[in-house]
Design a binder for this molecule. Structure first.
Ligand code: C5P
Length: 217
């Protein structure tokens, strides 16, 4: 049994990787499975929220009762988020958004030419979706994720402050990518809360409860 702690709340969640094209057939992505974001969408829905899940390319079924928009690139994810966020109560950025995209995506498939001829790619920075939402004047309650490979306790709080958000969920990654369980430390202005290793749905339910407890009003 789950109490409906988010009844009447509208929540926007990003999940999964992004896919940044190189040409019409190739692209750059990452190993995010989307499992954590989808588990949070399910848990938020179970808690009574109206949930909009903006998902990069993943192979996961849509949680029951959740509205889903599929996107490819970081820019498309930002566009979907920006049109959905006004009027929402909570934004949870779980997606592993590509930091860079290819500058000048080729219109046609790049051709293999001579034996030693290789293309070179240059990159431009992608927008930071979480930071963009966190700067909005009437921003929803913003929750970020951070995968750190070391020193999670100090890097996590620093990232929360740098991103200017009230709550950050840190995990020691990227070893958690694709796994069914995870281990999280929550960082907020009051300090750290450890959520011991558990399956992602159990952690998602604890995170939803933690968010509900921190919402104003
Ligand atoms: O700075 P870093 O990428 O580690 O921050 C991770 C957090 O920021 C995650 O919540 C992620 O979803 C979000 N993010 C984003 N847009 C980006 C990069 C990260 O929303 N371009």
């Amino acid at each position: 049994f789950q109490p409906k702690v988010l009844r009447g709340k509208r929540i926007v969640i990003t999940a999964g990787p992004t896919f940044e094209p190189i040409d019409p057939v190739r692209g750059i992505t990452n190993r995010s499975s989307g499992k954590m974001g989808f588990a949070i969408a399910r848990a938020a829905r179970e808690a009574g929220a109206d949930v909009h899940l903006v998902a990069g390319p993943v192979a996961l079924p849509t949680p029951r009762g959740v509205l889903r928009t599929d996107v490819g690139t970081a820019q498309q994810m930002l566009d979907a988020v920006q049109s959905s966020v006004p009027g929402s109560d909570v934004f949870i950025a779980v997606a592993a958004v590509a930091d860079w995209r290819v500058d000048g995506v080729a219109d046609q498939k790049l051709k293999k030419t001579g034996d030693s001829d290789v293309p070179s790619l240059s990159f431009v920075q992608n927008p930071d979706i979480l930071a963009t939402v966190a700067r909005l004047p009437n921003r929803p309650y913003c929750v970020g994720f951070a995968a750190e490979s070391e020193q999670l306790e100090s890097f996590g709080e620093a990232k929360r402050q740098r991103k200017n958000i009230p709550l950050l969920a840190g995990n020691l990654g990227p070893s958690t990518f694709g796994q069914d369980d995870n281990e999280i430390i929550l960082f907020d202005a009051q300090g750290m809360t450890r959520l011991p290793r558990a399956d992602k749905l159990a952690l998602a339910r604890q995170l939803v409860a933690a968010i509900a407890a921190r919402l104003p009003g």
